[in-house]
Design a protein around this ligand. Structure first.
Ligand code: FAD
Length: 400
């Protein structure tokens, strides 16, 4: 790790802001990446300075103050999961090719893991990748793939050896989503929009140079992605009293039926939200360079529960208005605001936020699965019963 000081980082941000104040968003983000200010712990020339991740706070605070806050919602899968995985497991060529357009959001990414028969048990997936000369031929189906309808690239997990045990026969690939043989069909969620999709592969192609990690090493690659996903879903840290809980306090102020029981619920929810916030800050402070550990599951578990509880409380405090959903649209594709990148769900509408909130208790691994991970890997409890891990995947019974 390099010995960059806080003062040097501050000087670099000041220079960036002075020289690029009038750039459009993509131009500014490109300059930020080139200056090594995208993510401090990334290698030099891939958006970082090979420095302590804690120095990122200096960058973020200065950009926030200058009104140049990073637009996280533009490319959430690319920034939160696929980019960190390419840094952790990808080749130098893959890092050079992909990291910049991920950061500038010129190329949107999606994560192609879940299948109709493999969600919680994602290692049981059936999409096949068969080697043919210098390329791989992909056939199968994915589901719940967020952002696939706007994605240029996807991080794909596929089965390369059906006779190996299920965790050992997987390989990960970076797949071009705009090629023949890739069909994306949006799924409409109960929140109205279609942020996720079914994806069908029919003889789609991936060059071997776009394999990420060794053949059969896909589970390790997937774990790097999932740990990052849990951290990125679970660890946003708004200032005290802001974020989702601020909406609940506002709804309380406007509530016409302020009973002691409701006040008690508000206080309990506020405390839970504060515990989550402080836990996130602690995780960020402790986080060292590299792939995050299973403690990300604790935050993911809490954030799903707190998010849902806050959204339900807000709707209840709104009284009869909480049953109305004025901006509900049955959109067939994600309406993307090019400035904010938002559109997955209208978070500013409390009723839509409520309708969408169960999704956060499922995406990235359900609450039950996070409890299993915390039990087994953090608390050291015995593993849950299952098939002998050495059973070949082809001999494990499954639907379809
Ligand atoms: C908003 C949203 C976005 C998503 N985006 C993506 C994406 O971009 N890419 C992607 O690949 N996937 C994505 N997913 C899919 C998500 O990862 C899966 O839905 C999730 O892993 C659960 O899998 P499943 O739906 O097949 O449910 P199942 O695995 O069938 O689970 C059904 C129920 O059984 C419980 N259960 C299952 N196994 C166990 C166990 N061992 N112990 C205890 N309880 C268990 C579960 O908790 C759940 O309640 C997304 C999902 C949502 C909701």
């Amino acid at each position: 790790m390099s010995e960059v000081t806080e003062a040097e980082v501050q000087r670099l941000v000041d220079t960036l802001l002075a020289e690029h104040s009038n750039d459009d968003m993509v131009g500014f983000l490109g300059a930020q990446f080139d200056a090594g200010l995208a993510r401090m712990d990334y290698p030099v020339s891939h958006g970082g300075l090979d420095a302590s991740p804690k120095l990122q706070d200096v960058v973020d605070a200065a950009l926030e103050k200058a009104g140049r806050r990073y637009p996280w919602t533009r490319n959430p899968m690319g920034i939160g999961m696929c980019g960190p995985t390419i840094i952790a497991r990808g080749t130098e060529e893959q890092q050079a090719r992909f990291m910049r357009p991920i950061f500038t959001a010129e190329e949107i990414w999606c994560q192609l893991f879940s299948e109709p028969g493999a969600g919680s048990d994602v290692a049981g997936l059936a999409t096949r990748a068969v080697k043919d000369g210098d390329e791989w031929v992909i056939n199968g189906q994915k589901i719940w793939t967020s952002s696939a309808h706007i994605a240029a690239w996807g991080l794909l997990l596929a089965r390369t050896d059906p006779e190996a045990p299920k965790h050992k026969g997987l390989t990960a690939f970076l797949i071009d989503m705009h090629q023949p043989g890739v069909e994306v069909r949006p799924i409409r969620s109960m929140a109205g929009a279609s942020g996720f999709n079914e994806v069908f592969f029919t003889d789609a192609k991936v060059p071997d140079s776009m394999r990420i990690g060794d053949v059969g090493e896909g589970w390790r690659v997937a774990n790097a992605t999932l740990m990052n996903e849990r951290v990125s879903i679970g660890s946003s840290t708004p200032a005290r009293g802001s974020g989702l809980i601020a909406g609940a306090v506002k709804a309380w102020e406007g509530c016409n039926d302020k009973t002691p029981a409701r006040l008690d619920r508000l206080m309990r929810t506020w405390v839970d939200a504060e515990v989550l916030r402080l836990g996130s800050l602690r995780a960020a402070a402790k986080r060292e360079k590299g792939v995050p550990g299973p403690e990300g599951s604790v935050l993911k578990l809490l954030s799903g529960k707190v998010g849902h509880a806050v959204a339900a409380l807000v709707v209840e405090l709104m009284g009869p208005d909480g049953m109305l959903c004025g901006t509900y649209t049955r959109a067939t594709s994600r309406t993307r605001n090019e400035n904010t990148g938002e559109g997955m769900m209208n978070q500013s509408d409390p009723v839509l936020a409520f309708v969408g909130s169960p999704g956060s208790t499922i995406a990235g691994g359900t609450i039950d699965i996070q409890k299993n991970i915390v039990g087994e890997r953090v608390l050291g409890l015995p593993r849950e019963p299952g098939f002998d891990p050495n059973t070949p995947w082809s001999q494990i019974p499954r639907n379809g």
